[in-house]
Structure formats: C-alpha cells, structure tokens
Design a binder for this molecule. Structure first.
Ligand SMILES: Cc1cc2nc3c(=O)[nH]c(=O)nc-3n(C[C@H](O)[C@H](O)[C@H](O)COP(=O)(O)OP(=O)(O)OC[C@H]3O[C@@H](n4cnc5c(N)ncnc54)[C@H](O)[C@@H]3O)c2cc1C
Length: 384
C-alpha cells in the first residue's frame, strides 16, 4: 500500500518533494505555515547542474530557467578590480549535462508550487507538535484540526519543528558573518553576461550576476561578531564597500532598503539518526552556509531521491527512508563542511596578514578550483 506522506514545510525542499511524489503517482499533503502570496521575495538562487538535472526529470527545467540567466563562468576579482581567476562552469557540469543558472527565488517557488496538485498544498498550516501513533503520526496545528499521516517528512527549514521534536541535536552554530542580498533593476556591461563576478577583498566578499533580462542579483558577506539584533543600516553597508570596485556601490544604492535581505549565517552539520516513519530533507536535515551556493540544490536532490525510494518500496516505507538517508545525508553534510571551510577562509582576518584570501585564491591553480566545484556539485551516479 502507498504510504500517505505529510510534508511539513512548503519551501523549495517540500514543494519539490511533492512534485516528485506526484510524478511517481504517489500522494502527499504539504503543510505550509505561510500564506500562498508570501512566496514573493528572497532575491535569487544559483541553481547548479545537480538541481537542474532534477528539475529536468520533473519536467520543470524550462519553466524554471524562463526567468533566469545561464551562468557560464565565475570571474574572481580583487576589491580593487584586478582579476584573480576565471572558472569555466561548463567544466563542473560533468554527467549532469546541465548548465548553472541564476533564478529569482520567488519564481522557483511559484513554478514548483503550480506544478503540485492544487489540493495537496495547505497554506497557513503551521505544525507545532507531532505524536507517534500505531499507524504513523498525528500532527497538531496552532489552530485547526489534527492531521494523521503514515510517513512524515520534515522539510521545515533551519528552525525545523520536526527536528526539534524528534531529535535531540545541538543548535545551529553561528558562523561569525552575515549575508546581504538584493535584486535590482540594473544594466551590466555586455562582458558580464552569463557571468558571476565574485569580488574578494579580505574578510568578506561581494558577488553579482545578471538574472533574466534586466535584473541583477547581488550578495555580500561581512564579518559580524554576533548574530545581529541590530542589523547594519544601508549607510553602514555602503561605507563598508565604498572602496571596492564599481559597480558595487551602485548596486547597493540601487537596492530598496525595504527589500534588502540580511541574514546571520548559521549551519548545523550533525547527522540525524533513524526514527520510525519520519525523516528530514533540505535545511532541516543539513543547514549549510551559502558559500558553495548549494543549500537549495542539495534540498532538491534530497527530494528527488526520497520520492524515488518511496516509490521503489511501496510496502516498506522504513526501508525507503533508510535508503534515502544513506544515499543523501553523508554527501549533503560533506558539502556543508566544504561550505563552512570556504566561509571561514573568506572571513579570516588577521592583523598584518593582508588579504590572505586573495593570496590563497591566486596560488591555487584554476584546475583545482574547478575540481573542488565539481566535487561539490557531485555526480548523478552518487544518487543510487
Ligand atoms: C544568503 C543566502 C544565500 C543562498 N544562496 C543559495 C544559492 O545560491 N543556491 C542554493 O542552492 N542555496 C542557497 N541558499 C540556501 C537556500 O536558501 C536554502 O538551503 C533553501 O532555501 C532550503 O530550502 P528548504 O525548503 O529546506 O527550507 P526553507 O526555504 O526554509 O523552507 C521551509 C518552509 O517550511 C515552512 N515551515 C517552517 N516551520 C513550519 C511549521 N512548523 N509548519 C509548517 N511549515 C513550516 C516555512 O514557512 C518555509 O516555507 C542560500 C541561503 C542564504 C541564507
């Protein structure tokens, strides 16, 4: 008998899982705390070949990239504009045979949500407790009736209620820096088409890339000793980057302060253990820093593998959950560790040492940087 799956959280992980289950003719319900129109915002996301490979299999790839820009290369430069390195992204694709894209996050969420059967998604359903029963779980909302499910998937992000309720694991760890993001109408020079420019200037970074016809996505990180109760104001940010190469100041100034996103960066890299009839995917399973641009991509791959295993083992959900965990958890956590180390390198600062990061990046051959990126993106054969 097909397990009845309740997916808690309708972010990228939960919605992709729902779509992947639907593609296998399995049924599910998605319980999402937000209202439907809250899918707006969130700047943009890099969708690497691993995520695009999944979207291709779900029949969504062309719709996902319709609002995005293909990214063919990473151009690393110093804060004064001098070039450091160019990495050709076609070399990281490998057997995925897909390109990398920058896509507005809201477009990804809306595209996947529209592809999920309408009556599966229950917006405005916040789950605050779950109890094990003989046949699965009962899920309790803040208001509204309890919901029964045979299998529960926690796709409820960094502060996962499911994780907190069923696993006794340490809190997410603050990584000592904040991330800033904006999506602005801006005209980049033609030479920047299909390019992510990544500027390294010592204890922080600034990156930007075109997204679609006229938008530019920018992101930056700054060392920040504690998670900010008082986030930096626009003026502080402009001052921090004012000596950096153009068009950095222009991009920041073009950003509507009310749409500027500021996040303290945490990760959580402890594996979760096996529990009956429940598992975790996406940030709930392996919260990582944004330095490898892989959090959502790994969530999308999780969703693909979990749906496939639930389909392959219709009579034995426990086995499906265990196989999913074996295939995905270790490799996603390994990406998380790489992300953490890269974040540490980018934000390392020591008096008198200058911009160590740029020295390291210059010293490492481009082939090694490409190889490291390939390892992060992985290979399709690692999904079985
Ligand atoms: C600065 C920054 C830049 C990033 N850039 C990239 C990038 O370029 N590429 C990339 O791949 N990744 C990137 N990421 C990571 C990516 O954003 C996350 O990994 C991804 O969004 C995780 O998706 P998720 O569905 O697991 O979690 P979320 O997106 O957090 O979704 C969880 C959902 O669960 C819902 N929810 C929570 N609790 C409950 C509850 N109790 N009941 C019901 N619903 C609930 C929430 O409302 C939410 O909709 C970046 C992250 C940051 C911070």
């Amino acid at each position: 008998m097909v397990p009845r799956v309740a997916i808690i959280g309708g972010g990228i992980a939960g919605l992709t899982l729902a779509k992947a289950l639907d593609a296998h003719n399995l049924s599910a319900v998605v319980l999402e705390a937000r209202r439907r129109h809250d899918l707006q915002g969130g700047a943009a996301l890099a969708m690497a070949p691993n995520a695009m490979w999944v979207f291709r299999r779900l029949g969504l790839a062309d719709r996902i990239v319709a609002a995005g820009s293909r990214i063919d290369r990473y151009l690393f430069i110093r804060a004064d504009g001098r070039p450091l390195k160019t990495v050709d992204l076609s070399r990281i694709s490998g057997k995925w045979k897909e390109s990398s894209w920058a896509v507005p996050r809201s477009h990804i969420l809306q595209t996947v949500a529209e592809a999920v059967p309408k009556d599966w998604i229950r917006w405005n359903h916040s789950i605050n407790a779950l109890h094990r029963t003989a046949s699965g779980y009962t899920l309790y909302q803040e208001s509204g009736p309890a919901i029964s499910a045979r299998v529960v998937v926690g796709a409820d992000g960094a502060h996962s209620t499911v994780r907190q309720a069923l696993w006794d694991l340490p809190d997410a760890q603050y990584q000592g820096f904040i991330a800033l993001r904006g999506l602005v109408v801006f005209c980049l020079p033609k030479t920047h088409q299909h390019t992510v420019v990544q500027v390294w200037g010592g204890a922080g970074e600034f990156g930007y890339s075109p997204v679609g016809e006229e938008l530019v996505y920018w992101y930056a990180t700054m060392r920040w000793p504690r998670p900010p109760a008082d986030p930096p104001a626009m003026d502080d940010i402009i001052r921090h980057f004012q000596r950096w190469t153009p068009p950095i100041s222009n991009l920041i100034e073009a950003t509507d302060p009310s749409e500027l996103l500021i996040h303290p960066i945490f990760d959580r890299l402890q594996p979760f253990g096996v529990r009956p009839a429940v598992t975790l995917i996406g940030d709930a399973a392996h919260l990582m820093t944004p330095n490898t641009g892989q959090g959502a991509c790994q969530a999308i791959v999780d969703a693909y593998v979990l749906a496939r295993e639930l389909y392959e083992h219709p009579e034995d959900a426990e086995r499906a959950l265990q196989i999913y965990r074996r295939i995905r958890l270790g490799s996603a956590l390994a990406v998380g560790w790489r992300s953490r180390r890269l974040g540490q390198l980018i934000h390392w600062q020591r008096r008198g040492v200058g911009t160590l990061q740029t020295l390291v990046l210059r010293a490492v051959p481009t082939s090694l940087v490409t190889q490291a990126m390939r390892q992060v993106v992985g290979q399709p054969e690692r999904l079985s």
